[in-house]
Design a protein around this ligand. Structure first.
Ligand code: SF4
Length: 401
């Protein structure tokens, strides 16, 4: 197996070139072309990406993505110790795919005070190094609320990284406060905001956005807000919500736009694709994604996003079973311990919320991979060794050919 540092291999294209092609790749001219492009310093654009989405050789697409992942990270798979805390479910928008938002007078509407936010973190504060916080677009909250929130969290828990705010939240806060996006992000960074989770990209094609989330930021605005964050030294992730009304070409366009943005601003650290979940939403025409489609999207992401380091199998949405398959199809990260999650669970996810580090490590080892604990910004890594199981059966993992 390829020997790769815990942080990954920056010269992965050279390694890729030396790896033997699995039969399912070697016999497929499209995949050989993609392999040659990537190993010689090129990239896979929209037209080739679309062909990958239309290919009838899913095992080959997955095998190529796995090869790329192994050339970058060997057998390492990353996770962290984190907690999700949503600040409010009150939102002035009503995206049709969203099961989370509530109107201000709804019985289940909530908006956390700073004290309540700290109280949510407190029981987990010794176990986590990241809090992931997003929420609705509260009609009254300005930048001041978030400044108070982040500075209180940093003062109380200085070692916890604050990963917070979708691009549309940033836009809303800026507009409610009468200041620019740049000023908003720079004030929030000073208050303690460390990175952005990247949610809300949906599909970066405005005709699709107008059908599923009218009123949200445009595709260009999503990219621009991330660009401003990158300019300010704030790392971000980026996402894709698929399986609503988009075409395969629009998925390929989405990936290509993220790649182009990364070529300019270089601050995306991880791409997180997740399928639409329909419970309590208002999108009867959504096409929904099958498990094969989820694996295909993750694999094609790895192939097309050559300049974004990490691809996440987002367990909170796709569940541990599909996530474990994705780890052999291009994904190198399974997010964290999470502990609490509302957005995906309101929409129908039944992903387990109380997984500890040992359980995540076992999931990783079960697919013949090596668990590595990371921090949010992928700058600190530890090989994770879990407590041994007593009498648990371990079966060898079949190798892809
Ligand atoms: S997705 Fe976000 S912006 Fe859209 S309705 Fe839900 S909470 Fe509001």
């Amino acid at each position: 197996m390829i020997d790769v540092p815990l942080s990954g291999n920056s010269d992965w294209r050279k390694v890729l070139k030396t790896l033997p092609l699995p039969l399912s790749v070697e016999t497929d001219p499209l995949l050989v072309e993609c392999f040659n492009l990537l190993s010689s310093g090129g990239y896979v654009g929209v037209e080739k990406g679309l062909e990958l989405f239309e290919s009838n050789n899913l095992s080959g697409v997955s095998a190529l993505a796995d090869l790329i992942k192994k050339s970058r990270f060997g057998k390492h798979v990353y996770f962290n110790d984190n907690l999700h805390v949503n600040t409010t479910n009150i939102c002035v928008l009503a995206c049709r795919f969203c099961a989370f938002r509530k109107g201000p007078r709804h019985n289940d509407a909530y908006a956390l005070t700073v004290e309540e936010y700290l109280h949510r973190i407190e029981p987990f504060s010794q176990m986590i190094d990241e809090v992931h916080s997003v929420g609705g677009l509260h009609p009254d909250w300005t930048v001041t609320y978030y400044e108070e929130l982040y500075s209180a969290a940093k003062n109380t828990y200085p070692n916890i990284h604050i990963k917070s705010l979708t691009a549309v939240e940033v836009k809303h806060i800026a507009s409610r406060s009468g200041i620019t996006v740049k000023e908003t992000l720079s004030r929030l960074k000073s208050a303690g905001l460390d990175s952005l989770p990247g949610g809300g990209a949906e599909i970066l094609v405005d005709t699709v956005r107008n059908r599923i989330c009218r009123g949200k930021e445009s595709s260009d605005e999503y990219l621009k807000i991330h660009e401003v964050a990158h300019e300010l030294g704030i790392k971000t992730n980026c996402t894709m919500l698929f399986g609503t009304v988009e075409t395969l070409r629009e998925r390929a366009i989405h990936l290509s736009k993220l790649r182009n943005q990364q070529a300019q601003s270089k601050g995306f650290q991880c791409f997180v694709p997740y399928p639409f979940l329909p419970d309590k939403t208002r999108l009867p025409e959504a096409q929904l994604a099958s498990m094969n489609e989820i694996i295909r999207v993750i694999a094609i992401s790895r192939i097309m996003l050559d300049n974004i380091p990490h691809i996440k199998a987002y367990r909170m949405n796709i569940g541990s079973h599909v996530a474990s398959i994705a780890l052999n199809s291009g994904a190198d990260d399974i997010d964290g311990t999470v502990n609490h999650e509302e957005i995906m669970h309101e929409a129908g996810s039944s992903a387990k919320l109380d997984s500890d580090s040992d359980e995540l490590a076992r999931l990783i080892e079960d697919v013949d991979s090596v668990p590595v604990k990371r921090n949010t910004t992928y700058t600190d890594f530890t090989r994770y060794r879990r407590k041994p199981d007593n009498g648990r059966r371990n079966l060898p993992v079949a190798q892809l050919v």
